[in-house]
Design a protein around this ligand. Structure first.
Ligand code: ATP
Length: 262
């Protein structure tokens, strides 16, 4: 299975939100989508899920234009974890996770044992077994986020799109969640703000600025002080940690950012 964006652009309110982006994740890779607020990460993920249609270019699922693929097939193949894990109805965690099985139901219902197994596996992978009976409104922000990940896993997709999946999680759960995503036999595209998490867990990085790709490649190729200064307008030091085989980024608040007078 493959989910590719081919020279995709998306215009909204007269401005180019996504500008000619090509993204072809290799099967099994975790691709980090970086870029400052408003650079188009969520919009690109929405295009890749087919929630919005490109103004030009195409998103291809196994070479077929996404818009012409039946939604049920898209839903069996592509799972999404959005930024805002909210639901109005107060349902149990296990029922939230079971929603991931809907695309697998045929006209005569699903396979109850396959459904039960997928739900149990998803709860276990996300460490939510003990909370399976809890009501949604009683969950913390991080637990809700993990429940959304569990729902996506229960879907048993081959492609996973995640929009800042760690934004409500404490550091342990951030590390656990991204380790899980990278371990799964899935192709994942994950929008992230934390450059060190991106360096730690992603095989490839793509950096967006004003909707366009300004850098792409392995983390050590992409995360340079020059790129970080150009895109995020901050000073950063980038150290190569040969022991861990990755780069580590550190920041200093500069006078220009803090408003301090020299
Ligand atoms: N439906 C829409 N209508 C008009 N403008 C939009 C729409 N969706 C997104 N935009 C604009 O497109 C730009 C990119 O937004 P997007 O949410 O994709 O960025 P992002 O990189 O995910 O940002 P963040 O890091 O803050 O989540 C923003 O300026 C946003 O206001």
């Amino acid at each position: 299975m493959s989910l590719h964006a081919e020279n995709v652009s998306w215009t909204r309110g007269g401005s180019l939100v996504v500008d000619g982006v090509t993204l072809r994740p290799a099967p099994g890779d975790t691709v980090g989508l970086l870029g400052p607020n408003g650079s188009g990460k969520s919009s690109l993920l929405r295009l890749m899920h087919g929630i919005v249609k490109p103004s030009s270019g195409a998103v291809l699922l196994d070479g077929e234009e996404l818009a012409s693929v039946p939604r049920r097939r898209v839903a069996r193949t592509v799972a999404v974890v959005g930024q805002h894990a909210e639901t109005d109805t107060d349902i149990r965690v296990e029922d939230v996770v079971r929603l991931g099985r809907i695309p697998h139901r045929g006209a005569w219902g699903g396979d109850p044992s396959a459904d039960a197994e997928a739900v149990a596996d998803a709860l276990e992978h996300t460490g939510l077994q003990e909370k399976a009976d809890r009501l949604w409104h009683t969950l913390s922000g991080g637990e809700r986020q993990r429940a959304q990940i569990a729902r996506a896993l229960a879907q048993q997709p081959s492609e996973l799109l995640l929009d800042e999946p760690t934004n409500h999680l404490d550091i342990r759960h951030q590390l656990e969640l991204l380790s899980l995503v990278t371990r799964l036999p899935l192709t994942s595209v994950v929008a992230l703000h934390d450059l060190n998490l991106a360096a730690m867990f992603c095989d490839q990085l793509v950096v967006l600025q004003q909707g366009a790709v300004v850098a792409g490649g392995a983390p050590h190729e992409v995360l340079t002080p020059e790129l970080i200064a150009a895109v995020y307008e901050v000073e950063a030091e980038v150290h190569h940690d040969p022991g861990r085989g990755r780069v580590v980024v550190s920041f200093e608040p500069t006078a220009a950012l803090t408003g301090a007078r020299g």
